[in-house]
Design a protein around this ligand. Sequence first.
Ligand code: MN
Ligand code: MN
Length: 476
Amino acid sequence: MNETAKTKGQLLQDNLTSKKENIFEKQTEKLDAIFSYAEGYKAFLNAAKTEREAVCELIAMAKKNGFTEWSLGDPVKAGGAYYFNNRDKNLFLFRVGTEDIAKDGVRIMAAHIDSPRLDLKQVPVYEKSGMCFFKTHYYGGIKKYQWTTIPLSLHGVVVLENGDEVTVKIGEDESDPVFYINDLLPHLAQKQSEKPLGTAIPGEKLNLLVGGVPYPDQSVSDRIKLNVLSILNETYGIREDDFVSAEISAVPAFKARDVGFDRAFIGAYGHDDRVCAYPIASAIFETEDRTHTTLVILADKEEVGSDGNTGMNSIILRDVLDSISSSLGADPILVRSNSTCLSADVTAAFDPNFEEDLVFELERKNNALISCGTTMCKYTGSRGKSSTNDASAEFVGTIRRLFRENGVTFQTAELGRIDVGGGGTVAKYISHINIDTVDIGVPVISMHAPYEVISKADLYSTYEAFAAFCKLCRKN
Ligand code: MN
Ligand code: MN
């Protein structure tokens, strides 16, 4: 139907009512860009399955883009591009612009680079009934049953008694072995199947199968365990005691793959929140804006509450801003009060398969629809907006205008129905230090599962949103 054939009511409806639009359908001119951007993202996912690996990959990308290493207290100058590595688990990237940052503030883009997984306990190794296992303690909110019977890889570091640090990464190469969590066969699982989903696999059963060949000396006990320790000693030079000062995580060994005949989606481990970390990093790498100061935070520990000195609830962001301000002779109080932040984290995509479970808003108006663009959440929290950064109408208005001016398609949503549950993000820790902050991010299907799904259109839309944000002008 062409415009002239529309009735007065139809035209009025087009003009006055809001609607969400599928980007694959409405922005066909962007299809090549959408699909080619996804290729770089998949490569990043396969290389960065933990926060440590993400920091490592992003530093390599930063160096290629002319960023140089910076530490707290170092001088900065206009035109400079820097990275600050906080303990190998939290990374800052920033460009210093030509505008006075006391008046113009800093454009802050935040995401987290840790994902739910299974961490090894400090004394993990034991043997029972012909099998050797590692005990784990899960990290972040998981549905435990999903982590059984899938190939898992081990990633992390071991600090030896002499201070040497050994890197562990096994299970990713096709020739590597993988690790595994057992589950009961259905033939004998009648009782297990009657249990609620959340209790069928308790945390204590998430033990990794790591070996089965006994050490060839019958005079010792626990010979399978000894053989595993002997292999670990030969490969990494470690002893059982060294697990005490180790951080080793079991993560899904799957690679990121296209999902669907039309390749609209990407399946991968750890979209939450690398699907936001990657576009904000590429936005700061590629921006041609040299007038504004922009800063990217890639935080650790979001999945366990943002605590610790690599999480967003530490004063490290304030220290970094203070240090930059001090070098430029700017009052840090003014720098913070004039700064703005897009806090990027994933949200729940509406899933029609669970429509009857009444977890999503019934009218769908306030749900994130897949492929309808990056999603702005004015507030997060649960049960009555508890514990949320509720962005002001004024700041949301500023960002909305910025997106419209730059052709960024976005939608707005909250995380499911009001009384069902909810979740928080790092936004509140940034607004806590007097910075206007709003949540934005990619809708995810099966969030926190070992293999999550996102739409390539939403990934690209998020990249466009952050590219526009680097250019945001403040009225002062
Ligand atoms: Mn997240
Ligand atoms: Mn999460």
